[in-house]
Structure formats: structure tokens, C-alpha cells
Design a protein around this ligand. Structure first.
Ligand SMILES: [Zn+2]
Ligand SMILES: [Zn+2]
Length: 307
């Protein structure tokens, strides 16, 4: 919903993304104006149960208090889980206290930490982890991983060996089957691998930082900030941001399936040049566009990585 860096432009809003899995919505960062965009997209905001804030620079969270307030005004009842640096809780509570607001719903704060990779949420079919980035204030990225799906039963083979219905659950979980004669049929003769779980990594503001690649190894789709072009590499490192090429090098190192770059400096009208610089290292790179939808799917890294 927002692909501009610190300052919004006429076509790019501040950082915010909405990840959808089935009926569940996960809001990732919430720059100023995010709730207007959610309205514009006709998103049912009550379906958002989890909000993830990468760090406390305004372009990533100044929209949160407004959204929290709107939920209160429309009488939300279901709990909201907010993940972010510990000070986020202080800031939000200060704002609510100053306006004597007693929310209609509970907000549950989960403090993120910049020490290593940490599992922070188990939400239905997803496991969500945070990992440290390298920025001027404590900052984490997030990775959303689908849980492994059960194995797929090969119906003709399971029928041939007479696997009873009650055993199917165990078969899907990977158990071998023993026939009435005591013959053990290995699970891989009766089932096949399920589709590989999908994953999405959000690497918000960060300088070039190789440990990120380790934390998101094999990710299906990766978003990585790309504030600057190559000619501003020194400035990028001073400001603890990345160039598009650096984002691509991390994607390549991680063996990602696809790279989406964003958080573009407002100086760039045409971001295609950033994409071109990234594509030198990682071919399957696209530029984030506001209001655009991206499908998370697995791709063969061999085919997408390197020109
Ligand atoms: Zn930012
Ligand atoms: Zn920042």
C-alpha cells in the first residue's frame, strides 16, 4: 500500500503492506495514511488481527494510532495483536491516555527484539518470525511461513495395499503402513510430497546486511528496501539504507524465488532504473507499486536468480 521512503509522493504512499492468507489479514508497517488506502481498497479492516511494525521511524508507524482509533469508533471487539519495538506500546498508550480513550477492544502488545531470529506468532496456517536488520534505530524484518502441508495420499496405491480409512491420517503424517500379513509398506510408496510451503519475507529499512539472507533462506518472495541507486551507495550506507543492487545481492544469497523492491527515495520519478540495477544480480526483480497485488508462489531459484 506504500512504496515510498520517508516522504510520500503523489503516486507513492508511506510503507504499509497487507498480507492475505485465506480470510486472514496481516498488516505490515502502517505509515501515515494507511487507513485511507485500506478504505480505497475496500478492505474489511476488522479482518486484520495482527499488525507488525518494523521500527519506530514515523514513515513506518505514524498511521497506527489513527487505525486503532477507527477500530474503536466502529466498535471493534476482537483483540488486536501488535508486534513491534517495546517503545511502541508506550507511544500508543500515551496517545490513548491523553485523549482519555478506553478502547472497545483489547490491544495485545508483543515486543520484538533485535537478538537473532525469533518466532513471534502462530496464526492458523502461518508461523511468523522476526529477525534483526541494520538500521539507525532497532529494526526487525518479518518472515511469514506457511506450515508444512500433510503428505498427499496416492489413492490407487493405498487401495492396492488395503490401507483402512482410519489409518489415512497417520499416512498423511508420514507413518509407514503394516499390512495384515505383517509386511511394512514404506510411506513414500503410498504418499507423495505435498506442495512446498510458501513464505514471504519483509525486509524493511536496512543497510546492506548479509545475515538477512541466512534468516530468509529459500523464501518464496522477498520484499527488500531499495532506497537508492548505485551512485548513492555511500550515502545509502551512511543513512543505513540499501541500494537496489544490494537488495538484489541479498535476494540472490538467500536463494529467493522473487524480489520486490520498494521504499524508493522520493527523488526517483522512474524506478525502472533501480530495477535494472537490481536485475544485474537478481533477474526476477519487480518494483513495488502502490495498490498493486502480488501473488506469493514458489519458483525455482535456478530459473529466476541470475542473468
Ligand atoms: Zn523508512
Ligand atoms: Zn527507517
Amino acid at each position: 500500500m506504500g512504496s515510498s521512503a520517508a516522504i510520500p509522493t503523489s503516486s507513492r504512499n508511506l510503507s504499509a503492506q497487507l498480507l492475505a492468507l485465506g480470510e486472514k489479514y496481516f498488516l505490515i508497517d502502517c505509515g501515515e495514511g494507511t487507513q485511507m488506502i485500506l478504505r480505497h481498497l475496500k478492505i474489511k479492516i476488522n479482518k486484520i488481527g495482527h499488525v507488525f511494525i518494523s521500527h519506530l521511524h514515523g514513515d513506518h508507524f505514524f498511521g497506527l494510532i489513527g487505525l486503532i482509533s477507527t477500530w474503536h469508533l466502529i466498535g471493534r471487539k476482537t483483540p488486536l495483536h501488535v508486534y513491534g519495538p517495546p517503545q511502541l506500546q508506550e507511544i500508543i498508550e500515551l496517545q490513548l491516555n491523553a485523549s482519555l480513550t478506553l478502547l472497545s477492544y483489547p490491544v495485545v502488545f508483543h515486543h520484538t527484539s533485535i537478538v537473532g531470529i525469533q518466532t513471534i506468532a502462530d496464526a492458523g496456517n502461518l508461523i511468523i518470525k522476526s529477525f534483526p536488520l541494520k538500521h539507525r534505530v532497532p529494526t526487525t524484518g518479518f518472515i511469514f511461513e506457511e506450515k508444512p502441508l500433510p503428505r498427499k495420499i496416492k489413492r490407487a496405491d493405498s487401495d492396492r495395499y488395503g490401507v483402512p480409512i482410519y489409518f489415512m491420517e497417520k499416512l498423511r503424517a508420514g507413518a509407514d503402513f503394516e499390512t495384515a500379513d505383517g509386511e511394512v509398506i514404506p510411506n513414500n510408496l503410498l504418499t507423495e510430497d505435498p506442495p512446498k510451503p510458501r513464505s514471504y519475507a519483509y525486509c524493511s529499512d536496512t543497510a546492506y546486511y548479509e545475515p538477512v539472507a541466512e534468516h530468509v533462506k529459500g523464501v518464496s518472495v522477498m520484499y527488500h528496501e531499495a532506497t537508492f541507486m548505485n551512485d548513492k551507495e555511500v550515502a545509502a550506507s551512511e543513512k543505513m539504507h540499501s541500494t537496489a543492487a544490494q537488495a538484489a545481492r541479498i535476494a540472490k544469497m538467500a536463494g529467493a524465488g522473487k524480489l520486490i523492491i520498494g521504499h524508493f527515495s522520493a527523488r526517483y520519478d522512474d524506478v525502472e532504473a533501480l530495477r535494472n540495477e537490481a536485475a544485474v544480480y537478481f533477474k526476477n526483480t519487480v518494483c513495488a507499486e502502490d495498490l498493486e497485488t502480488y501473488i506469493i508462489e514458489n519458483q525455482d531459484p535456478e530459473e529466476v536468480c541470475c542473468p
